[in-house]
Design a protein around this ligand. Structure first.
Ligand code: OXD
Length: 308
């Protein structure tokens, strides 16, 4: 049996060598050189082409290359009964905490204003940031919970919102639709780290923005589909939002003509907030491949019905 790397555009040879370093006997194939399709037991995927997943009759597990699995669950060719796993990795948590802390501090310490002053050679101290400033983190799973905790350790007052109530030291927790308004009304910076599901698609919209304190700032590091782009532009235009830092987009790469590129109040990065490094995660992929062969429960298997 074999493991297939189905990740067009990624450095699959590096992935293969990192997997073989963990288990030199592994039969690792690289799409589209699949060999005998019936021998594929597990596939590691990112941006899989349409129809690719339906070719493997003995497929038992589809592993996401990243923390998110929305690209797999949305694939109409995902065979029924196949397990789906995600990456859980300290390195991914650390990178995300770095990125979000940087975005929060950049806004909180008004670096955007100082960039503008600099263009005019203007020496202009701004009033110090407000007390009573809260960072609201949407999504308190493995990564969201870690980010919330790091922001709190940094000294921010952190609120967390999730579908069900979470108990995290130092984080004031809000849960479900009923408490979304209370959470939003206190969030001077709103950070989205939610999984993408039918319930969370488009959740960053005009309705939510209108519940935030005037001048709030939005950081989206989850999925582009969480954000209604037109609503963001309108909310910044009206002054309801002061700006946004975005790492993910409905269309990636973000097309050159997209208004976000040239918007003075929107920071754009190319989906780099937190990136899977093969050397950090090869062990968990190889372990899951062994578990499949031994018919043991898999690490980090997602609940397909819940979507994460
Ligand atoms: C992920 C991502 O899901 O990089 O890990 O977006």
């Amino acid at each position: 049996m074999a493991l297939l790397l189905l990740m067009p555009g990624r450095d699959t040879h590096d992935w293969k060598s990192k997997l073989l370093a963990k288990d030199p006997d592994l039969d690792v194939r690289i799409w589209p050189d699949v060999g005998k399709a019936d021998e594929i037991l597990m596939t590691v995927v990112w941006n899989q082409p349409p129809g690719a997943l339906k070719k493997f009759k003995n497929l038992r597990c589809v592993a996401s290359l990243g923390a998110g699995v929305d690209h797999i669950l949305a694939d109409p060719d995902l065979p029924a009964g196949v397990a789906v796993t995600r990456i859980v990795d300290e390195q991914l948590n650390r990178m995300m905490a770095e990125y979000v802390t940087l975005a929060v501090l950049h806004h909180y310490r008004q670096f955007d204003r100082y960039e503008q002053h600099k263009q005019r050679a203007e020496w202009k101290p701004e009033p110090p940031p407000n007390r009573g400033f809260h960072v609201g983190v949407m999504g308190l799973g493995v990564i969201g919970g870690h980010v919330a905790q790091k922001l709190s350790e940094f000294g921010f007052s952190v609120l967390g919102w999730a579908r069900s109530r979470k108990s995290l030291p130092g984080i004031r927790s809000f849960a479900g639709d009923a408490e979304l308004g209370a959470f939003a009304s206190l969030s001077n910076i709103l950070v989205c780290l939610l999984p993408l599901t039918p319930q969370t698609r488009g959740i960053l919209n005009q309705g939510l923005f209108s519940m935030l304190p005037r001048g709030a700032y939005v950081v989206n590091v989850a999925r582009g589909e969480h954000l209604v782009e037109e609503d963001l532009l309108a909310a910044i235009g009206s002054g309801q939002l002061s700006g946004a830092c975005l790492d993910v987009f409905r269309q990636e790469p973000l097309p050159p003509e997209h208004p976000f590129w040239r918007h003075p109040k929107i920071m754009v990065t190319p989906h780099i907030a937190s990136v899977t490094q093969p050397e950090n995660v090869a062990a968990q992929i190889v372990e899951n491949y062994r578990r499949l062969l031994q018919e043991k429960p898999l690490l980090h298997q997602v609940d397909i019905r819940r979507g994460y």
